[in-house]
Design a protein around this ligand. Sequence first.
Ligand SMILES: [Mg+2]
Length: 189
Amino acid sequence: MDNQAIFLDRDGTLMEDRGYICDFSEAAIFPFAVDALRLMNENNFKVIVVTNQSSIARGICAEDQVREIHRQIQKFFLDREAVIDDFYYCPYHIDGVVEKFKKKHECRKPSPGMLLQAAKDYHIDLSRSFLIGDNECDILAGQNAGCRSILVLTGKGEQTRTELKQKNIKPYLITANILTAAENIIWNN
Ligand SMILES: [Mg+2]
C-alpha cells in the first residue's frame, strides 16, 4: 500500500520568510504549524519539506548550515510531538557563484524533482498527495508531480494569489495558513 504525503514548502509556509537565513536562531516557525503537523501525523501522512535553497549556490550559506537548520527545525517539532519525516532541498541555481552548484537542476521548484525523489524513497502515491506552499513555484511543482497543490496566504501568499489569477493557474485550494490547509485535507480527504 503506497503512502500519502503532504509536501511542505519551508519559508513562508512552515515558518516566516526572512530571506536567506544561515542559522536556526534567525528562523521564526509559525506556532500553529505544530498543530498542523500533528494533524498530518495522526492521519498517517508522510510529512516532507521540499525547499529551494539557492543560498548555497549563491555562496550565502554553506550546505552544512542549511542541513543544520533542518536538523534543528525537525528537533523543534519533535520536542512538541510533531514529526517531519524528511527534508529535501535544492542547492542549485543557474546564477550561483559556487561552481559545484551553478547549474539549472531538475530539483529546483517549479520542477518536480524533489517530490519525485521523495515518492521513490518513501513509496508515495503522488496522485493521493498534497503540496502546501506560498509561491507560484510551489504550486507548479506540486501540479507537475501530479499532486494537489494548496496555496497558503502566509509568506508571499497574497502576492502569489494575484499572480496565479493573472496567469490562470488554479491551485486545488487557497487557504489562510498551514493549519487550515491541514484541516481541509483531513476533513475532505
Ligand atoms: Mg515559500
